[in-house]
Structures are given as structure tokens and as C-alpha cells.
Design a protein around this ligand. Structure first.
Ligand SMILES: [Zn+2]
Length: 324
């Protein structure tokens, strides 16, 4: 699955607009600075004129002394400029556009260490939003994030478990770029599994990571759709984002139809993401025994064994959504 030309062009137009807006705002800001401190502009212009004069003089064979004299004057002008900036609390950054994404300067592309042009992570995030039509998720995330977290309706052991889970999720977010980890949420309906998944998704989207949030039903339908009529390799390419996004959240595992296709796709997906060290969060009402029976022992061992890197979080309590 990749963007159609139309979708791609529409993203690029958004970037163009964003970039133009930042540049325009910056130009206005710089203009205001020069209006307030006209001497800045005068010194800068003088420095430019001197540099041109110096180049000409060098070509005309001017003496070293003469050239040094010009250099000194330029330096003096720049020092004056710098000290004025400092005295009024400005820096060179105030003369540059403030881009939404500092990394790609709102172009959507960056050059990696090898000099290869690649999509910036902000572009990939945008791409996911379009490809996986996550607009519904965005609305959900406004409602379900750490700022909306409440411990009401929880007490005793249930409360302790929830607090512990929240601490683990916060740490998961904080260490996301350094530590490869996954989460398996276990527990009955309404204990907060999906809510906490949303909290993590919200935080990581805010920090410009590519996050795909799908219910197990949607996920396996999608995988089946792309597999239909494709070779295994083609369908893998088709679902590159599901296999490679920074964080994949599979909500409500176990609500999809149970069959051998699902079991083998799930194993393949978990395994491949593990090899790529891409994090996954799974929430399920199933018990570990159910997982074993439904998807096979090798899936269970990926989720519970050391190689799978999953943290198991079990939440308990009454269905908080039913409590008024
Ligand atoms: Zn970017």
C-alpha cells in the first residue's frame, strides 16, 4: 500500500504551504527587527559592501595591509551587531524561519549520513495518517491521552495495577527511541488497556513517530485483502508500513475470526517487527492459555519469552465504562 500520486501531491502541497508560511512569517519578523534597530541593517549592508570591495582589491593586487584593514572593519561591524543583538535578547535564530519540522525544514525530505535523500519522519507520519485513515483515531486520541487519565472507580489491587501500568507506559514513551520494547496488555473489558494504548499512541505521534492503530479485525482484514491475488513477497511490500512503522498497536486481539491464516499472519508480523526492532503494543481479553490455543505455542512464546521483548501488563477491575 502506498500513496497515490494525488495523495502524494496533496502532502507536498501542504509542505509547500507550510514552508511558505514560515518563510513569510520570518520575513515579517526580520522586517520588524530592522525597523526597531535600523543600525543593524546599516552595519550588515556596510559589511557586505566591504566584502565586495575587499574581493575587488585583492584582484587588483592591493597590499596585505589594505586587505587586513578591511577585514578589521568587517569584524568590528559584526562585533557591534552581535553585542546589540545580545543586549536586546536576540540571536541569529531570530532571523531564520521557524519551521514546523526543524529536521526537514518543512520539505518532507532529509539527507541521511550516506547522502541519500529520504522521507523525513514527519512525512512518514503524515503518510500513515492518510493510508490508514487514522482521522477517527485522532479524534479518539483527543479524548484518550495521559491528560485525561483518571484513577476514579479503581481501588485496592486494581488501582495499584493501573498505577503501575501507567508508570510502565510513561517509561515506554520516554525511552522509546533508546530501548526496543513491546507491550502486551491483558485484562477484561473496560480495565483501561485500550485507553493506555491510546495514551502511548498520542505521546509518540506528538513526537513525530509513525504510529498505526488498528483493531485486530481491521488488521487481519487488511492483511487478507492485500494477500488476495498477491504473492507473499508482493503482499509484504504492500503492507510495508504495518511491518515497519515505529509503533503498531493491535487493539482487541481475539475479536477477529479465528483461523490458520490469522495465526500464521500474526506470527509473521510479530516476528518480522521483532527482527526490525519495531515496537508493538497488543491488547487482548484473552488469557495466555487462550493465546496458546488460538494462535499456537510459537506466538505465545514470542509474547512471553525473552526474545520477544514484551512487557506483560495485566489490568483488573470492573468495566470502568459501565460505572457512572
Ligand atoms: Zn520533517
Amino acid at each position: 500500500m502506498s500513496l497515490t500520486n494525488e495523495q502524494y501531491n496533496s502532502i507536498m502541497r501542504e509542505y509547500d504551504e507550510m514552508r511558505q508560511r514560515s518563510i513569510r512569517e520570518s520575513e515579517e519578523k526580520v522586517k520588524r527587527i530592522y525597523e526597531k534597530y535600523p543600525e543593524l541593517k546599516a552595519w550588515e549592508n556596510r559589511a557586505i559592501t566591504l566584502k565586495v570591495q575587499q574581493s575587488k582589491a585583492a584582484m587588483d593586487g592591493a597590499s596585505r595591509e589594505k586587505l587586513d584593514e578591511i577585514t578589521d572593519e568587517i569584524t568590528m561591524l559584526l562585533v557591534r551587531r552581535q553585542s546589540l543583538l545580545e543586549s536586546v535578547g536576540l540571536t541569529d535564530k531570530d532571523f531564520e524561519p521557524e519551521y514546523e519540522c526543524g529536521e526537514c525544514k518543512d520539505t518532507g525530505y532529509i539527507y541521511d549520513e550516506a547522502g541519500v535523500r529520504r522521507k523525513c519522519k514527519c512525512f512518514i507520519k503524515r503518510e500513515m495518517e492518510i493510508l490508514y485513515d487514522q482521522s477517527g483515531i485522532r479524534v479518539l486520541l483527543q479524548r484518550e491521552n495521559f491528560s485525561k487519565l483518571t484513577y476514579d472507580h479503581r481501588s485496592g489491587d486494581d488501582l495499584e495495577r493501573l498505577k503501575n501500568a501507567v508508570a510502565i507506559c510513561r517509561k515506554f514513551v520516554d525511552e522509546f527511541d533508546r530501548e526496543y520494547k513491546n507491550i502486551l496488555f491483558l485484562g477484561t473489558v473496560g480495565t483501561g488497556k485500550s485507553f493506555l494504548s491510546c495514551c502511548v499512541a498520542h505521546e509518540l505521534l506528538e513526537s513525530c513517530h509513525s504510529v498505526i492503530y488498528m483493531s485486530a479485525i481491521q488488521l487481519f482484514e487488511r492483511l487478507a485483502d492485500s494477500r488476495f491475488g498477491n504473492t507473499k513477497e508482493e503482499s509484504r511490500e504492500d503492507n510495508e508500513n504495518i511491518y515497519g512503522c515505529d509503533l503498531l498497536i493491535i487493539d482487541d486481539l481475539g475479536t477477529e475470526l479465528s483461523n490458520s491464516f490469522v495465526a500464521s499472519e500474526l506470527f509473521g508480523l510479530i516476528n518480522e517487527r521483532n527482527l526490525k526492532r519495531r515496537s508493538t503494543i497488543i491488547s487482548t481479553n484473552l488469557s495466555l492459555e487462550d493465546i496458546n490455543d488460538r494462535y499456537s505455542e510459537r506466538v505465545l512464546s514470542r509474547l512471553t519469552g525473552r526474545t520477544g521483548n514484551y512487557m506483560l501488563i495485566e489490568l483488573t477491575g470492573r468495566d470502568a465504562r459501565q460505572v457512572i
